[in-house]
Structure formats: structure tokens, C-alpha cells
Unconditional design. Structure first.
Length: 406
């Protein structure tokens, strides 16, 4: 019998490719470890769809990972957490995993991808009322969800051995509500449908797909290592420089300074809204409804918001992976919402439902409800944080990291 003439060459090529890939991953892992603290002070949203940086950040004792959406990144300020703590004034830095349009469902997938690396770790889940109170159906719209979608995170959630079938099924059902993310991902779509169904036949199909899915996860993970390596190597030496300067923080003084800055930024209106974000506010103020006239609409829509379901999915994932999060909210801009026809009493329904959803899990929650009438806490109607708001947030982050949160 003749030997296949090219079999040896093929085996050698495959072995060589596997060896080269393994060596690159080893090299990249060491490279990433060297620069993880440098990345913490950069805008690294272009590599957020991977998991390398997040897993590595969780392993650093002096990094506090904060998952967030636009409330953390939309309005630039020197008081943003990753800027305020960049010199490690109290021995830690905030590692912000955030992008505009990130929803609870997206964060749930991010967190699921961490797997056992989350166990026993402290981190922060940041959120604002806007998605619940202003989003279509009380959820993130597809135009925001789709660009933030990560195939890697979705696969890690779907094939996690640490998560229960029930939790994966709940997440899969919601992920199927965004079909555009699955058009060119037949394996993922097939898996989510099987998880959502939960029938005996679909469970069998799910387990038959497991080997192929794990191979796909491995391939995307190698691509993730390359993307992170390529991102870091294109940063300047100055940007990658980490400076540590311990100092005592005078919280009251910095809050007062931040408030003075926000007063200047919002001197064109009486609601504390940044001047460059007030145009939309002016349009809304042209035809104001009677006080309280929008209450019934709020009471009807807010309890039905899909973001509550997604928050519950996120908290289930965290509980099953044994994470230790701080749930960090933002307040409603009470005076502005009142002007638009929503009474303060009705606005309080948001906080009531928030605690109904989150309290049973037993994690600390800071909702800043008491700052709803603080004119300079929020920079707009959607509760994006002002410099003053950031200072209160930074004080909470510092207390949480140092186990002083009451």
C-alpha cells in the first residue's frame, strides 16, 4: 500500500502551526501581564470584545474593575474614575470596562466569560436609569447593543460549565431578541435556540455542538491575544508609563472644586445640564406638559422594562460564579424630570423596582437616590455624571475597595 505522499508534510505543517500558536500565546500573555496597569489608564474600547484584559485585571490586587455604559465614558472629565485614580493615590486604580450603549445584557455576557476567574473577586457594576426610563421597551436598542456584541463572550456564556442550564436559558432567550448579531453566526444561533427551548432533543443537540464551540472559543481567544498585543504595541511610551503617587484625599475639598466646575459648565440653564448638551433640553422645554401629567405613562412602562430582566440575569450569573460586586447606580435628575411632567413621587418608582430586583441577591447597592435634587450631580437628563457626581462616585469606589463601605 502506498503512503499518502503529502501526509507527512501536512502533519508537520499542522504541528508547526500549533507550536507557533502556543508560543505566541505564551509570549502575548507575558506581554499583557507587563502592560495591564498601563492599559488601565487608556481608552481601550476597541479590544473590549475579548476577555484577555478583563481576566488579567481581575488578578491584580491593585485594580478595581468597573463595568459600565455611557454614564462612565460619554462626557469626558478629569474626575472620571480611571483618570482620578490613575496615580494610585490610595493604592489602587479603577479598570473601566465600558463603552457607549453597553446594556445589562452585554455586561452579563462579559461577566459570564470570566468563569472561575470571578470567584471571590470584588468589582463594580455601574448603571443609570436612562435605559429603563428612556429606552424602547425599557431596553437597549439594537443600534447600541449590536456594535457592542461579542461572539466570544456569548459563546463563553452559552457553553459555561459553571452556569446552570436555567440561567443560560434565560440569557439565551434575551439574546435571541437581537437577531442581527446572529445572522453570520449559525453555531451560536443554533446553541441559543437550543438553550432557550430546553427540550430533551435540544439538550442533545447542545451537547453535540460542545466540541465545535470549544474549538471556536479557542480560535477567537488566540485572535484576542493578537488584538491586545497589537493594541498595546501601537501605544506611545509616554501613554504606557505608569506613575504612582500616594496622597491623602480631601474629599470635601475635591467635591467643592468639582461643583464649581460644573456650575461653569452648566451656567446656561437652571437644571445643571452641561451647556453643550442643553440644546435637546431647550427643545423639550418649549412645550412643557402639566405637572404630573406623565405619571401614568411612567408607572405603566417602567415596571415592564426589559432591563430589569437583564439585571436579574446578570445577578444570577454573578451569584453562580461567586463574584462580589457593588451595584453602583445614578440618580434621576428630579427637577428636570418634574419639568417634563413626571412627579418626584412617581420617579421614586424606579428606585423601588431597582431594589426589588437587586436586594434579594444581597450585594451592596448605592443608588444615589438622595442626590436626585442635587442640581450639579448629573450633567443631563440621562443621568450622565458631572464632575461633582464623579467625586461622590469616586469616594464610594475608594470606600468599597478599602472595605469601608457602609
Amino acid at each position: 500500500m502506498k503512503k499518502a505522499p503529502h501526509l507527512s508534510a501536512v502533519l508537520i505543517a499542522v504541528f508547526g502551526a500549533l507550536l507557533a500558536t502556543t508560543l505566541f500565546v505564551i509570549y502575548a500573555s507575558r506581554f499583557e501581564q507587563k502592560y495591564i496597569h498601563s492599559v488601565a489608564q487608556l481608552d481601550f474600547h476597541e479590544v473590549l470584545k475579548g476577555q484577555v484584559l478583563q481576566r488579567l485585571a481581575f488578578k491584580q490586587d491593585d485594580l478595581l474593575v468597573m463595568y459600565a455604559s455611557s454614564e462612565a465614558v460619554l462626557i469626558p472629565s478629569d474626575y472620571q474614575a480611571y483618570k482620578y485614580f490613575r496615580n494610585y493615590p490610595t493604592d489602587f486604580m479603577v479598570f473601566t470596562v465600558a463603552n457607549k450603549g453597553t446594556s445589562m445584557l452585554s455586561m452579563a455576557q462579559d461577566l459570564a466569560a470570566l468563569g472561575p476567574d470571578m470567584r471571590g473577586k470584588k468589582f463594580v457594576v455601574s448603571f443609570a436609569p436612562a435605559t429603563v426610563t428612556m429606552g424602547p421597551g425599557g431596553a437597549m436598542n439594537a443600534d447600541n447593543y449590536n456594535p457592542n456584541f461579542s461572539e466570544l463572550h456569548a459563546l463563553e456564556l452559552a457553553f459555561s460549565s459553571q452556569l446552570s442550564w436555567e440561567t443560560k436559558g434565560l440569557a439565551a432567550t434575551r439574546m435571541l431578541d437581537y437577531p442581527d448579531t446572529l445572522v453570520e453566526r449559525p453555531l451560536l444561533k443554533f446553541t441559543l435556540q437550543a438553550l432557550s427551548s430546553g427540550s430533551a432533543l435540544d439538550k442533545l443537540k447542545y451537547y453535540l455542538a460542545w466540541p465545535l464551540a470549544k474549538l471556536q472559543i479557542a480560535i477567537i481567544s488566540v485572535q484576542d491575544h493578537y488584538a491586545v498585543w497589537d493594541f498595546i504595541r501601537h501605544q506611545s511610551t509616554e501613554k504606557l508609563k505608569v506613575t504612582r503617587a500616594e496622597r491623602a484625599i480631601d474629599w470635601n475639598a475635591d467635591i467643592a472644586k468639582a461643583e464649581a466646575e460644573q456650575k461653569k459648565r452648566s451656567d446656561g440653564n437652571e437644571y445643571g445640564v452641561d451647556n453643550d448638551r442643553w440644546k435637546r433640553g431647550e427643545e423639550l422645554m418649549e412645550n412643557l406638559p402639566p405637572p404630573g401629567s406623565m405619571d401614568e405613562r411612567f408607572k405603566k412602562n417602567v415596571p415592564l422594562a426589559l432591563e430589569w430582566r437583564d439585571m436579574d440575569i446578570l445577578l444570577r450569573i454573578v451569584k453562580e460564579l461567586d463574584g462580589h460586586p457593588l451595584m453602583l447606580g445614578r440618580p434621576m435628575n428630579v427637577k428636570l424630570w418634574e419639568a417634563l411632567g413626571y412627579s418626584e413621587e412617581t420617579q421614586n418608582l424606579y428606585y423601588q423596582i431597582l431594589h426589588q430586583v437587586a436586594d434579594p441577591y444581597g450585594y451592596p447597592i448605592v443608588d444615589f437616590h438622595q442626590h436626585g435634587r442635587d442640581q450639579y450631580f448629573s450633567a443631563d437628563m440621562a443621568s450622565h455624571s458631572s464632575p461633582k457626581g464623579w467625586m461622590y462616585i469616586n469616594e464610594i469606589l475608594d470606600a468599597f475597595y478599602h472595605n469601608r463601605l457602609k
